[in-house]
Design a binder for this molecule. Structure first.
Ligand code: PA5
Length: 451
């Protein structure tokens, strides 16, 4: 049984149900491309059967290694960018105490991130902390050649070796990379790091259920078996679904396509739970990198409510009418807290005294949805009963499959990212990398003229 429910009740005023259902043929042709491996990017479909393909002994191996790392680490550094860190961060933040960085109960290492940008200040601040903490780290890069994590790893490798000595440092570094190519693989082999493989047929943004996501998530103390089982349930469901009506993944992809065709070109992912912030970041990367090409694609955005109702809420209510919202709605919180009664009622909140905060949050969600619908913003609601490893696993597979279906319906290859090369070439040229001499000249000339 899957627990992810799709509610399109607040969409049909904009896009009639029949119009969504009219995408049935396109959905099934996209499904065929995925299951029969006949579409663009067919060599990157390993994620489709990842949940059912992971065997228990491999999960146990990761858990055992994670336990060893946990035992000797107050901090665990995840070095990676894009698909090499967003999946694990999404799961870890969704499942951890909100203020875990202030909790020092020794139960779980603090998970921190590096190599997800090139900020000098950030890395220097991180070293300040690592000077005084026991730590270990995973360096994650499928290609093994990405500049941001490579720089961070160079700095952190020197730091950890100085702190513990080369021998001990080796036991604190894990490499997760391609099985045979790339500088990181070479380095891991020559240094003798434990390494895990990112399968050839799984692209970065679809890799959260490979060691890329599983190892950091396990180090954070999260039940990776439950997460895999959740994803497996969604995988089985997706494959068995016989019609578009009863298949929330297919309906979601069809609704997005119908909205896009009607001029709604921005999808705003909404949460009412701050622990879902990074799930939205993961979603933005998954959909942005998969769909945004050939001058096409929905722009994936994100807001955190009710926080952003006091900022972006204004635009959503009354700005350009190119938006639709996709709300991740969580039925039950993990904790319980009620609003206290106050004798003088100066803040006039006694009318809700005794109620749970989640009830107020729910009314905020309902009221906002109705207001935004009235303002011309169609609404898709994705509901889960609660945030746990199982439902997060289900959501991961839901969004991965939804993304692949959407990409094929849009007519693009959802598994490549040719556009990310442009900034890299310019950066290499400006830094004077060998082989980029022509571009260096061209760019410097252009910059001189633009002054
Ligand atoms: O989804 C993707 O493929 C990208 O976002 C990559 O994950 C990202 O560019 C990092 O690549 P790599 O793992 O090769 O360092």
């Amino acid at each position: 049984m899957i627990q992810v429910k799709l509610d399109l009740g607040q969409l049909y005023g904009f896009i009639p149900k029949e119009q969504v259902l009219s995408f049935e043929k396109q959905i099934y042709s996209a499904y065929k491309k995925i299951y029969n491996k006949t579409g663009a990017g067919k060599e990157f479909l390993g994620w489709v059967e990842l949940p059912s393909g992971i065997n228990n002994s491999f999960v146990e191996q990761i858990q055992k290694h994670a336990a060893e790392l946990r035992a000797k680490s107050e901090v665990f550094v995840v070095i990676g960018i894009g698909g090499s860190y967003l999946g694990s961060r999404a799961v870890i933040e969704a499942m951890s105490h909100h203020l875990s960085h202030l909790k020092d109960d020794g139960k779980n290492p603090h998970i921190v991130y590096a190599g997800q940008q090139i900020s000098e200040d950030y890395l220097a601040d991180l070293l300040d902390i690592l000077d005084n903490k026991d730590y270990s780290m995973a360096v994650i890069s499928k290609s093994g050649t990405t500049t941001e994590p490579a720089i961070a790893f160079r700095v952190l490798k020197a730091h950890i070796e100085k702190k513990y000595g080369v021998e001990e440092a080796r036991t604190r570094i894990v490499a997760i990379t391609d099985k045979s190519r790339g500088a990181l693989k070479q380095l891991a082999d020559s240094e003798g790091y434990v390494s895990y493989v990112v399968p050839d047929d799984v692209g970065g943004r679809y890799s959260v259920l490979t060691p890329v996501g599983l190892l950091p998530v396990a180090v954070a103390g999260i039940d990776i078996q439950a997460m895999i089982e959740g994803a497996r349930r969604m995988e089985t469901f997706s494959r068995a679904a016989s019609n578009i009506h009863g298949n929330p993944i297919a309906m979601y992809a069809a609704a997005r396509q119908a909205l896009y065709n009607s001029g709604k070109t921005v999808e705003v992912m909404v949460n009412y739970e701050p622990r879902l912030f990074y799930l939205t970041e993961w979603f933005k990367q998954l959909y942005g990198e998969s769909e945004g090409k050939e001058n096409k694609g929905i722009f994936p955005a994100g807001v955190n409510f009710t926080t952003d109702l006091h900022s972006m809420g204004q635009y959503i209510q009354e700005g350009l009418r190119i938006l639709f919202e996709t709300v991740i709605s969580v039925e039950n919180p993990m904790r319980e807290m009620r609003i206290p009664k106050q004798e003088n009622d100066l803040d006039q909140l006694n009318y809700i005294a005794g109620k749970r905060l989640s009830e107020v949050n729910r009314m905020a969600e309902l009221g906002t949805t109705l207001a935004h619908v009235d303002g011309g913003v169609p609404n898709i609601r994705i509901q889960i009963p609660e945030i746990n490893a199982d439902t997060i696993g289900q959501l991961i597979y839901f969004f991965e499959m939804g993304c692949a279906l959407s990409g094929y319906m849009l007519g693009v290859n959802p598994f490549d990212q040719p556009g990310v090369e442009a900034y890299k070439k310019n950066m290499f040229a400006l830094l004077g990398k060998e082989g980029f001499e022509e571009q260096t000249k061209e760019l410097n000339e252009r910059l001189r003229k633009n002054k």
